[in-house]
Write a protein that binds this ligand. Sequence first.
Ligand SMILES: [Zn+2]
Length: 296
Amino acid sequence: MRRRTLLASLAATPLAATAARAAGTIKAVATFTILADLVRQVGTNHVAVTSLVPPDGDAHVYQPRPADLRAIAQAQLLVENGLGLEGWMQRMGAAASFHGVRVVAAEKVTPRTMTEDGKVATDPHAWQDPRNGVLYVQAIAAGLAAADPDHAEAYRDTGTRYAAEISKLDTWIAAQFAPIPPAQRRIITTHDAFGYYGARYGIELLAAEGLSTEAEPSAKSIATLVAQIKREKVRAVFLENMTDPRIAHMLASESGAVLGGTVYSDALSPPNGPAATYLAMLRHNTTLFVRAMTAT
Ligand SMILES: [Zn+2]
């Protein structure tokens, strides 16, 4: 009887899904490491998560590999950011063979726009505002519940608890910046990844590159930025883990600003690094920004 039931379910379910159920886990693919961590935090041991873009990788210009397409085809859940970040998913037809539950994590976010070269562009880096992180977690928890109804309640509970942790960290970050006079709250980064973070905590941001890393900054835009750093007495230039460090080094040496260290914008660090999780990333970035703003 048991065998017959198993055979019947084999006939009705794709093989990959059956194998996953047998192991007690579902397979999820996230486009980059920050989303993969959110899925891992909410899914705990019910989910095996793969990130397409690796730690310290650049989610703007990624080229999916054949192994990525196989992972997507076998997954029950696919989580992407949206807001135009992963243009390569569409260009590569990466999700053509995916038949599971698809989550656009930023779906409920109010997008920021910026004018770049006279054109209005949507800023995809919504996760840098922890209040958006909460919206991401809610979308992911709902997606997990849909992909794996057996554990729906666990995903909802864990999601609620984890969202509360994110909100608590948001309050902590706001408290770190509160004593710093607004004129000192200025940051230079290599690409414009901290717009949501800056809007949340009242920080003015300048960057060498735009919202994406697809175009290298021109000599003219670098010269303009150096002049601005000097004029506005910006103290520190930050390296980003996933962009070319030469840009930040050049900005610092030409403007006289100090290098404030490496912050994590679009990718987590490897597991043994200082930003191995979403919460660790927010804490690490905040600590470095505050240190540079308050250095005497
Ligand atoms: Zn970016």
